[in-house]
Design a protein around this ligand. Structure first.
Ligand code: ADP
Length: 478
């Protein structure tokens, strides 16, 4: 079975979050199960891409509106990723350093829609030249959600309308929502089909994808239920289409995320050597950030945005420390400017007990997973959440709000085989209570160590979820 994954992100080539981790690992596990999975993504002009040897496998041209673009498809020669990687090269549109944001100016690209659309048209132009057609086209998030629409509703792709398409929603907060005039940039649309692009008078890529994909998935079962209740206006559509919707929880790449051999760590450990191993990582981390090593270290890693509940952190941490609570806190992330500023100020106010690192830094994130005692995720919305799984793999106990994939992957320590601390409501009281429970657990060192080594052995690998995707594709092919 030949599966083509179309995505704007893929680890380690280009990553801003979980989408990259999933697209960089799921195909590998699908291949282990005997499928022929490939990844097709934009050819950005970043270090990873520029340092690779490629072979040009296709050259073509397409129109986006009245403008003609020439493009090439490059196959990366090395097999280091565990799956074939194809890069769509559209000079002037995709060959930039950033994915969504220009790293030099810090501002998002003004032609983001044209970047998404040109990638999708070029990919389909290339795929339709294949003598043997792909079996499944698997699209990820709104950036590629127009593919299922164009395959069924644009004349030029008529010969692809019988190929099953799948759309996975990794983050339903973003719809690809624009003024309706953007539809004129698409190839000629069949009569009566333009309405699929319209949601409430606006062009909405995600809604078109949901309506036109053969199957719609989200990255956890609970998130699918939640989206059917609230999805920024698309909840009714998702309810209406519920017959073709399902949730499949993400897995993690156990080769890439392994504290026994993570190349970004100085001190490696296994579940057997976790106590010593984490102690060394914690000391290194605390010395670097000038934090008190004797206290439990509670960290946050992620986008500093409302969705992640990051705006509760300043009040949570300052209340806890003002009340004389005994813990150290560390935050790694970028996002809302007011929050970044507040965290910077707090670093000075609570020196020795709190610090923040306002940046995106993969190595530092691994060192925090390895060196922390707890990882806090107070998310308002969490489609799946990978951080809690990485944390558990690195022996760091998650403190999570019961939402989305966090609900599906973390069991409270009050239950048998508990793996973390859960709290229900997005309130300061609930979050504080959960933090105090974490401190209570830390003080019971025997129990704390038992939980810690236990969670390292939990099964969050891709094997069963990769199989669920294959089973779903097979149903579509039948
Ligand atoms: P998202 O909604 O942001 O995609 P996920 O939990 O699915 O959230 O995935 C987040 C991924 O991004 C994880 O691999 C996490 O370690 C990583 N990450 C988030 N913020 C940072 C950061 N500032 N530096 C390094 N890695 C980060």
């Amino acid at each position: 079975m030949n599966i083509i994954h179309l995505s704007f992100e893929c680890y380690p080539i280009a990553k801003t979050g979980g989408l990259a981790d999933v697209v960089g690992s799921l195909p590998k596990y699908q291949r282990n199960l005997g499928a022929d999975a490939w990844v097709v993504m934009p050819r950005y002009s970043n270090d990873w891409v520029n340092q690779r040897d490629v072979q040009v496998v296709h050259a073509g041209a397409f129109y986006m509106g009245l403008q003609r673009f020439e493009f090439e498809v490059h196959k990366v020669k090395s097999d280091e990723l565990g799956f074939p990687l194809y890069l769509v090269h559209i000079p002037g549109k995709l060959d930039r350093k950033g994915i969504y944001v220009d790293p030099d100016s810090g501002y998002g690209y003004l032609d983001e829609f044209e970047r998404y659309l040109s990638f999708q048209i070029a990919s389909l132009e290339w795929l339709r030249t294949f003598t043997t057609r792909p079996d499944i086209i698997h699209c990820h998030d709104h950036h590629t959600a127009l593919v299922p629409f164009m395959m069924t509703s644009c004349h030029i792709f008529d010969d692809m309308q019988n190929i099953p398409s799948v759309l996975t929603i990794h983050n339903g907060e973003y719809h690809g929502n624009y003024d309706m005039h953007k539809r004129h940039l698409l190839p000629e649309i069949k009569e009566g089909h333009a309405g699929y692009l319209d949601w409430g008078g606006r062009f909405n890529a995600l809604s078109a994808g949901i309506r036109k994909a053969w199957k719609v998935t989200t990255v956890s079962e609970t998130y699918m239920q939640e989206l059917q209740e609230s999805a920024g206006g698309l909840e009714g559509l998702l309810k209406h289409e519920s017959g073709k919707c399902m949730g499949i929880i993400n897995g993690i790449d156990k080769d890439v995320w392994d504290p026994a051999k993570d190349v970004m760590l100085d001190y490696h450990y296994t579940a057997k050597t976790v106590n010593k191993g984490k102690q060394k990582n914690k000391r290194q981390l605390c010395e670097y950030f000038n934090l008190n090593t004797n206290y439990p270290l509670i960290s946050f890693i992620g986008r500093l945005v409302k969705e992640k509940g990051a705006d509760i952190l300043p009040d949570l941490i300052s209340n806890f420390l003002d009340q004389g609570g005994r813990a150290s806190f560390l935050v790694l992330g970028t996002g809302d400017h007011w929050l970044q500023e507040r965290l910077r100020i707090m670093s000075k106010e609570f020196t020795g007990y709190f610090d923040s690192s306002i940046q995106y830094n993969e190595t530092l994130s691994r060192r925090i997973y390895a060196g922390s005692d707890f990882l806090i995720m107070p998310s308002r919305v969490e489609p799946c959440g990978l951080n809690q799984m990485y944390a558990m793999r690195y022996g760091t106990i998650p403190i999570v709000r019961e939402v989305g994939g966090l609900k599906d992957s973390v069991r409270d320590i009050g239950e048998e085989d508990g793996s973390g601390i859960r709290f229900r409501y997005f309130t300061l009281d609930d979050a504080l209570h959960a933090t105090y429970r974490a401190i209570g657990l830390y003080e019971e060192q025997e129990e704390f160590k038992k939980v810690r080594s236990g969670i390292m052995g939990l099964e969050f690998g891709w094997d069963s979820s990769a199989q669920s995707y294959l089973d779903m594709y097979k149903q579509l092919l039948n």
